[in-house]
Design a protein around this ligand. Structure first.
Ligand code: ASP
Length: 434
């Protein structure tokens, strides 16, 4: 059985168990205290921490190897511009599709709210664009690494790597050491991934024990439209882009991207999924480290197709609920704001709602309306994060193909890089115990 199949089975088991607990034993203190908020919570949180623990060192070492592997600043600039253009294109298409579909279906018309919507959602202020740009440059790189500020880490690491190249032969030993460190980090990703079935089981069991499917019912219209557009975007827009611009098989891609999607779905965090996305793209799909190490962390931070879709549908939904007419200019503002907001915010759980508040402020929609969709947001967050990560992977593949850094034979080999069981040191080096 492959790791992905194992994860899927444990995930469904967690989902079922959690839903059963929610339906039948919501008041049994023992189950709530010891299982849901005890065991499941602890195992899930430890697993999430294990994943997050890998992100900063992996991105740093991998990016140093990537930039030094490219060895040419103009090529690096080209990769940057191509990725940025594709990120903007796919996010723009995603939100436009969402608005178009939602406008036609009209979720929220005649909606009767049973909730008290007064002031239950605090509206954050959108940072000005100048601040977003200023914040790309870390005043203190250590603080950037400690906070895990991805854009600042990318900025510092690229500059560091370029200078490493500039010192020529004297930098060679350091580059070789970082290559080894990168290999060690990849090995760690393998170990953490092999624990994923249990971690994901615990996260699913806890989430569904606390959430319950019942929450969805009053919001079923909104919920279904978001899901429909998410599916249309992945199966339609992204696959057309992949076929047209990347010229590789979308079917093969969908088969191989599943592991990263499952991680994204269960962690609700593109950032925490970076190690798995990187490993999937490099080992399973044959993307060269020089492209993947740069495009993947950048995408996790600034490319959020799924989140943009939720924002598009939510805008139409709330406007319908409050009976507010939006004109073309409003919609264009929503599209522009959603794309900009995704650049300045990290891919972590629940950030989509904060971005939505920024968008609403801009077009003058009532921010307290967000309280309505908060109840179902946890589940939608899981789904849209899987779409966010799929978008990152598609853009990485297209850029890699255009830069000749995609091995088509690895991409087409169904067994390339399949996760095998982890070999501990005494298997690798017989006779040596650690
Ligand atoms: N959880 C999403 C991500 O990490 C962001 C969001 O939509 O809330 O990509």
């Amino acid at each position: 059985m492959t790791l992905t199949q194992k994860i899927l089975i444990w995930m469904l088991a967690g989902l079922t168990l959690g839903s059963l607990i929610n339906a039948f034993t919501p008041d049994v203190t023992f189950i709530q205290n010891f299982l849901v908020n005890g065991l499941f919570h602890a195992v899930g949180a430890i697993f999430l921490n294990l994943l997050k623990m890998l992100v900063v060192p992996l991105v740093t070492f991998s990016l140093i190897c990537g930039v030094c592997g490219i060895g040419d600043v103009s090529k690096l600039g080209r990769i940057g511009i191509k990725s940025l253009a594709l990120f903007l294109l796919s996010t723009g298409l995603a939100i436009a599709l969402a608005i178009l579909v939602a406008e036609n279906i009209g979720p929220g018309k005649g909606f009767q709210s049973t909730q008290n919507m007064e002031n239950t959602f605090e509206a954050p202020e959108a940072p000005p664009l100048t601040q977003v740009i200023i914040d790309l440059v870390p005043g203190n790189p250590l603080a950037a690494f400690i906070d895990g500020n991805m854009l600042q880490i990318i900025f510092f690491t690229i500059l560091f790597s370029i200078c490493l190249l500039m010192i020529g032969e004297r930098g060679r030993a350091l580059i070789e050491s970082v290559e080894k460190l990168n290999e060690v980090m990849m090995q760690m990703v393998g170990i953490v991934m092999s624990l994923a079935p249990y971690g994901i089981f615990a996260i699913m069991a806890q989430t569904f024990a606390l959430q319950g499917i019942g929450l969805i019912l009053p919001m079923i219209g909104y919920f279904c439209v978001v899901i429909a557009v998410l599916i249309m975007h992945v199966a339609g827009t992204l696959m057309v882009l992949l076929k047209l611009l990347g010229k590789v098989s979308p079917i093969q891609f969908l088969k191989k991207v599943r592991t990263a999607q499952l991680f994204a779905f269960s962690t609700s965090s593109s950032n925490a999924t970076i190690p798995v996305t990187l490993k999937t793209l490099e080992k399973r799909m044959g993307v060269d480290n020089s492209t993947a190490s740069f495009v993947v962390p950048l995408g996790a931070t600034i490319n959020m197709d799924g989140t943009a879709i939720m924002q598009g549908v939510a805008t139409v939904f709330i406007a319908n609920v409050y009976g507010i007419e939006l004109d073309l200019l409003d919609y264009l503002t929503v599209i522009g704001m959603a794309v900009l907001a995704s650049i300045g915010t990290a891919g972590v759980p629940g950030v989509g709602l904060i971005m939505l508040a920024m968008v609403f402020n801009q077009v003058g929609l009532p921010v307290e309306g967000i309280a309505l969709i908060m109840g179902v947001d946890r589940l939608l967050d899981m789904l849209r994060t899987a779409v966010n990560v799929t978008g990152d992977a598609v853009v990485t593949l297209i850029v890699a193909k255009s830069e000749n850094s995609l091995s088509v034979s690895i991409f087409n080999d169904p067994n390339a890089g399949v996760e095998k069981s982890v070999r501990l040191p005494h298997d690798v080096m017989p006779g040596r115990q650690i």
